[in-house]
Design a protein around this ligand. Structure first.
Ligand code: PGA
Length: 264
Protein backbone atom coordinates (compact mmCIF):
# COMPACT_ATOMS: atom_id res chain seq x y z
CA UNK A 1 0.00 0.00 0.00
CA UNK A 2 1.08 3.53 -0.71
CA UNK A 3 -0.07 6.55 1.24
CA UNK A 4 0.23 9.96 -0.38
CA UNK A 5 -0.11 12.84 2.07
CA UNK A 6 -0.59 16.45 1.05
CA UNK A 7 -1.02 19.46 3.32
CA UNK A 8 -4.40 20.42 1.93
CA UNK A 9 -7.26 18.48 0.38
CA UNK A 10 -6.96 20.60 -2.75
CA UNK A 11 -3.41 19.42 -3.49
CA UNK A 12 -4.38 15.81 -2.74
CA UNK A 13 -7.37 16.14 -5.10
CA UNK A 14 -5.12 17.40 -7.89
CA UNK A 15 -2.69 14.55 -7.28
CA UNK A 16 -5.54 12.03 -7.64
CA UNK A 17 -6.97 13.66 -10.77
CA UNK A 18 -3.58 13.70 -12.48
CA UNK A 19 -2.91 10.13 -11.44
CA UNK A 20 -6.20 8.95 -12.95
CA UNK A 21 -5.56 10.98 -16.12
CA UNK A 22 -2.09 9.43 -16.46
CA UNK A 23 -3.55 5.93 -16.11
CA UNK A 24 -6.21 6.62 -18.76
CA UNK A 25 -3.64 8.09 -21.18
CA UNK A 26 -1.19 5.29 -20.52
CA UNK A 27 -3.77 2.61 -21.42
CA UNK A 28 -4.94 4.58 -24.48
CA UNK A 29 -1.34 4.71 -25.72
CA UNK A 30 -0.96 0.93 -25.71
CA UNK A 31 -4.40 -0.43 -26.62
CA UNK A 32 -7.75 0.56 -28.08
CA UNK A 33 -9.54 -1.30 -25.27
CA UNK A 34 -11.65 0.95 -23.03
CA UNK A 35 -10.47 2.08 -19.61
CA UNK A 36 -12.77 0.64 -16.93
CA UNK A 37 -13.14 3.08 -14.08
CA UNK A 38 -14.93 2.74 -10.75
CA UNK A 39 -16.25 6.00 -9.33
CA UNK A 40 -17.54 7.27 -6.01
CA UNK A 41 -19.76 10.06 -4.72
CA UNK A 42 -19.58 12.18 -1.55
CA UNK A 43 -17.98 15.51 -0.78
CA UNK A 44 -14.46 14.08 -1.01
CA UNK A 45 -14.06 13.51 -4.80
CA UNK A 46 -15.62 16.82 -5.92
CA UNK A 47 -12.32 18.66 -6.45
CA UNK A 48 -10.79 15.65 -8.17
CA UNK A 49 -13.75 15.62 -10.55
CA UNK A 50 -13.40 19.38 -11.11
CA UNK A 51 -9.78 18.91 -12.18
CA UNK A 52 -10.70 16.00 -14.48
CA UNK A 53 -13.36 18.25 -16.05
CA UNK A 54 -10.77 20.99 -16.55
CA UNK A 55 -8.43 18.52 -18.22
CA UNK A 56 -11.18 17.33 -20.58
CA UNK A 57 -12.10 20.92 -21.46
CA UNK A 58 -8.44 21.79 -22.06
CA UNK A 59 -7.99 18.73 -24.28
CA UNK A 60 -5.50 17.06 -21.93
CA UNK A 61 -7.59 13.93 -21.54
CA UNK A 62 -10.69 12.28 -23.01
CA UNK A 63 -13.32 10.01 -21.48
CA UNK A 64 -14.59 8.86 -24.91
CA UNK A 65 -13.09 5.44 -24.35
CA UNK A 66 -13.79 5.23 -20.61
CA UNK A 67 -16.51 2.95 -19.23
CA UNK A 68 -17.49 3.81 -15.67
CA UNK A 69 -19.41 2.08 -12.90
CA UNK A 70 -20.41 3.92 -9.78
CA UNK A 71 -20.07 2.19 -6.47
CA UNK A 72 -23.48 2.74 -4.92
CA UNK A 73 -26.94 4.27 -4.97
CA UNK A 74 -29.68 4.76 -2.41
CA UNK A 75 -32.70 2.44 -2.52
CA UNK A 76 -36.02 4.12 -3.21
CA UNK A 77 -34.77 7.65 -3.83
CA UNK A 78 -36.06 8.90 -7.21
CA UNK A 79 -33.27 9.21 -9.78
CA UNK A 80 -34.19 12.89 -10.20
CA UNK A 81 -33.84 13.61 -6.45
CA UNK A 82 -30.95 16.08 -5.99
CA UNK A 83 -29.27 13.71 -3.52
CA UNK A 84 -29.49 10.59 -5.67
CA UNK A 85 -26.04 9.49 -6.72
CA UNK A 86 -27.28 9.62 -10.31
CA UNK A 87 -27.92 13.36 -9.86
CA UNK A 88 -24.63 13.88 -8.01
CA UNK A 89 -22.54 12.23 -10.71
CA UNK A 90 -24.18 14.16 -13.53
CA UNK A 91 -23.86 17.46 -11.68
CA UNK A 92 -20.23 17.04 -10.65
CA UNK A 93 -18.81 15.02 -13.55
CA UNK A 94 -20.80 13.47 -16.36
CA UNK A 95 -22.56 16.62 -17.60
CA UNK A 96 -19.15 18.22 -18.20
CA UNK A 97 -17.04 15.50 -19.80
CA UNK A 98 -17.09 13.55 -23.05
CA UNK A 99 -17.89 10.10 -21.64
CA UNK A 100 -20.64 8.59 -23.86
CA UNK A 101 -23.93 8.18 -21.96
CA UNK A 102 -24.02 4.46 -22.77
CA UNK A 103 -20.67 4.00 -20.99
CA UNK A 104 -22.03 5.34 -17.69
CA UNK A 105 -23.31 2.74 -15.23
CA UNK A 106 -25.08 3.60 -12.00
CA UNK A 107 -27.03 1.08 -9.94
CA UNK A 108 -30.80 1.57 -10.12
CA UNK A 109 -32.10 1.82 -6.56
CA UNK A 110 -35.66 1.77 -7.89
CA UNK A 111 -35.36 -1.45 -9.90
CA UNK A 112 -38.35 -3.77 -9.42
CA UNK A 113 -36.00 -6.61 -8.50
CA UNK A 114 -33.05 -5.21 -6.57
CA UNK A 115 -31.23 -8.52 -6.32
CA UNK A 116 -31.46 -9.02 -10.08
CA UNK A 117 -30.20 -5.44 -10.55
CA UNK A 118 -27.13 -6.19 -8.40
CA UNK A 119 -26.42 -9.50 -10.14
CA UNK A 120 -26.69 -7.81 -13.56
CA UNK A 121 -24.28 -5.09 -12.41
CA UNK A 122 -21.65 -7.64 -11.42
CA UNK A 123 -22.13 -9.38 -14.78
CA UNK A 124 -21.77 -6.09 -16.66
CA UNK A 125 -18.52 -5.34 -14.81
CA UNK A 126 -17.25 -8.85 -15.52
CA UNK A 127 -18.13 -8.50 -19.22
CA UNK A 128 -15.78 -5.51 -19.52
CA UNK A 129 -12.85 -7.60 -18.28
CA UNK A 130 -12.77 -5.84 -14.90
CA UNK A 131 -11.78 -2.50 -13.46
CA UNK A 132 -8.50 -0.83 -14.34
CA UNK A 133 -8.84 1.61 -11.47
CA UNK A 134 -11.41 2.09 -8.73
CA UNK A 135 -11.62 5.51 -7.09
CA UNK A 136 -13.23 5.47 -3.66
CA UNK A 137 -13.80 7.54 -0.58
CA UNK A 138 -14.14 6.17 2.93
CA UNK A 139 -16.68 6.63 5.66
CA UNK A 140 -15.86 7.76 9.17
CA UNK A 141 -16.50 4.14 10.15
CA UNK A 142 -14.01 2.91 7.56
CA UNK A 143 -16.58 1.82 5.01
CA UNK A 144 -15.57 1.47 1.38
CA UNK A 145 -18.60 2.06 -0.84
CA UNK A 146 -21.53 1.27 1.48
CA UNK A 147 -19.77 -1.74 2.94
CA UNK A 148 -20.45 -0.97 6.57
CA UNK A 149 -18.58 -2.66 9.44
CA UNK A 150 -19.19 -6.43 9.44
CA UNK A 151 -19.63 -6.56 5.66
CA UNK A 152 -17.86 -9.58 4.29
CA UNK A 153 -14.51 -8.72 2.78
CA UNK A 154 -15.59 -11.10 -0.01
CA UNK A 155 -18.88 -9.28 -0.59
CA UNK A 156 -20.27 -8.51 -4.04
CA UNK A 157 -22.85 -6.03 -5.29
CA UNK A 158 -25.96 -6.33 -3.15
CA UNK A 159 -28.64 -4.60 -1.10
CA UNK A 160 -27.11 -3.18 2.10
CA UNK A 161 -28.60 -1.62 5.21
CA UNK A 162 -26.91 1.59 6.28
CA UNK A 163 -25.77 2.04 9.87
CA UNK A 164 -27.39 4.73 11.96
CA UNK A 165 -23.99 6.49 12.06
CA UNK A 166 -23.80 6.68 8.26
CA UNK A 167 -27.37 7.97 8.04
CA UNK A 168 -26.55 10.65 10.61
CA UNK A 169 -23.37 11.65 8.72
CA UNK A 170 -25.28 11.78 5.40
CA UNK A 171 -28.23 13.67 6.91
CA UNK A 172 -26.27 16.87 6.19
CA UNK A 173 -27.53 16.48 2.61
CA UNK A 174 -31.12 15.80 3.77
CA UNK A 175 -32.09 18.86 5.85
CA UNK A 176 -30.12 17.35 8.77
CA UNK A 177 -32.95 14.86 9.16
CA UNK A 178 -31.68 11.31 9.44
CA UNK A 179 -35.17 9.97 8.74
CA UNK A 180 -35.00 11.38 5.22
CA UNK A 181 -31.82 9.38 4.49
CA UNK A 182 -32.78 6.07 2.86
CA UNK A 183 -32.17 3.14 5.18
CA UNK A 184 -30.87 0.93 2.40
CA UNK A 185 -28.65 1.21 -0.63
CA UNK A 186 -27.28 -0.89 -3.44
CA UNK A 187 -23.52 -1.14 -3.18
CA UNK A 188 -20.68 -2.91 -4.89
CA UNK A 189 -19.01 -5.31 -2.50
CA UNK A 190 -15.57 -5.12 -0.96
CA UNK A 191 -14.39 -7.81 -3.37
CA UNK A 192 -15.90 -5.93 -6.34
CA UNK A 193 -13.59 -3.03 -5.45
CA UNK A 194 -10.51 -5.05 -4.56
CA UNK A 195 -10.80 -7.07 -7.80
CA UNK A 196 -9.85 -3.85 -9.59
CA UNK A 197 -6.30 -3.84 -10.93
CA UNK A 198 -5.73 -0.70 -8.91
CA UNK A 199 -7.59 1.07 -6.08
CA UNK A 200 -7.19 4.75 -5.17
CA UNK A 201 -8.87 5.94 -1.98
CA UNK A 202 -9.35 9.60 -1.05
CA UNK A 203 -9.76 10.76 2.56
CA UNK A 204 -9.82 14.34 3.77
CA UNK A 205 -10.40 16.03 7.09
CA UNK A 206 -9.94 15.13 10.76
CA UNK A 207 -13.12 13.04 10.86
CA UNK A 208 -11.39 10.46 8.63
CA UNK A 209 -8.25 10.21 10.81
CA UNK A 210 -9.37 7.18 12.81
CA UNK A 211 -10.55 5.33 9.70
CA UNK A 212 -7.21 6.02 7.99
CA UNK A 213 -5.30 4.80 11.04
CA UNK A 214 -7.42 1.63 11.16
CA UNK A 215 -7.08 1.04 7.41
CA UNK A 216 -3.33 1.54 7.26
CA UNK A 217 -2.02 0.48 10.67
CA UNK A 218 -4.80 -1.69 12.05
CA UNK A 219 -5.48 -5.33 11.24
CA UNK A 220 -7.34 -6.44 8.12
CA UNK A 221 -10.81 -6.55 9.59
CA UNK A 222 -14.44 -6.42 8.58
CA UNK A 223 -14.75 -3.76 11.31
CA UNK A 224 -13.04 -1.37 8.88
CA UNK A 225 -13.81 -2.68 5.42
CA UNK A 226 -11.33 -0.42 3.63
CA UNK A 227 -8.58 -2.32 5.52
CA UNK A 228 -9.09 -5.01 2.82
CA UNK A 229 -6.80 -2.78 0.76
CA UNK A 230 -3.88 -4.22 2.74
CA UNK A 231 -4.33 -7.41 0.72
CA UNK A 232 -4.29 -5.56 -2.59
CA UNK A 233 -1.18 -5.32 -4.74
CA UNK A 234 -1.83 -1.79 -5.95
CA UNK A 235 -3.67 0.18 -3.31
CA UNK A 236 -3.07 3.90 -2.80
CA UNK A 237 -4.58 6.11 -0.13
CA UNK A 238 -4.45 9.84 -0.85
CA UNK A 239 -5.08 12.09 2.16
CA UNK A 240 -4.63 15.54 3.53
CA UNK A 241 -2.66 16.20 6.74
CA UNK A 242 -5.81 16.14 8.83
CA UNK A 243 -6.88 12.69 7.66
CA UNK A 244 -3.31 11.41 8.07
CA UNK A 245 -3.01 12.79 11.61
CA UNK A 246 -3.77 9.44 13.26
CA UNK A 247 -0.82 7.70 11.57
CA UNK A 248 2.39 6.99 13.46
CA UNK A 249 5.25 9.42 12.69
CA UNK A 250 7.32 6.41 11.53
CA UNK A 251 4.63 5.39 9.04
CA UNK A 252 4.36 8.90 7.67
CA UNK A 253 8.13 9.20 7.33
CA UNK A 254 8.26 5.92 5.44
CA UNK A 255 5.49 6.86 3.01
CA UNK A 256 7.19 10.24 2.38
CA UNK A 257 10.53 8.49 1.76
CA UNK A 258 8.96 6.07 -0.73
CA UNK A 259 7.43 8.97 -2.63
CA UNK A 260 10.70 10.95 -2.64
CA UNK A 261 12.70 8.00 -3.99
CA UNK A 262 10.12 7.07 -6.63
CA UNK A 263 9.86 10.66 -7.88
CA UNK A 264 13.61 11.05 -8.16
P1 PGA B 1 -17.74 11.84 1.99
O1 PGA B 1 -18.29 10.35 1.99
O2 PGA B 1 -16.84 11.98 0.82
O3 PGA B 1 -18.96 12.71 1.85
O4 PGA B 1 -17.02 12.04 3.29
C1 PGA B 1 -17.40 9.30 1.80
C2 PGA B 1 -18.06 7.97 2.13
O5 PGA B 1 -18.97 7.90 2.96
O6 PGA B 1 -17.61 6.95 1.57
Amino acid sequence: MKVIIRKEAHEASLWAAHYIADRIREKAARTSKPFILGLCTGSTPIETYAELIRMVKDGEISFKNVISFNMDEYVGLPKSHPESYWSFMHKYLFDHIDEPAENIHILNGNAPDLEAECAAYEKAIEATGGFDLFLGGIGEDGHIAFNEPFSSLKSRTRVVTLTEDTRIVNSRFFDNDMNQVPAQALSVGVATVTDSKEVVILAFGPKKAKAIHDAVEGPVSHMCTVSALQLHEFGTIVCDEAAASGLLPESRAYFAAVEAVENR
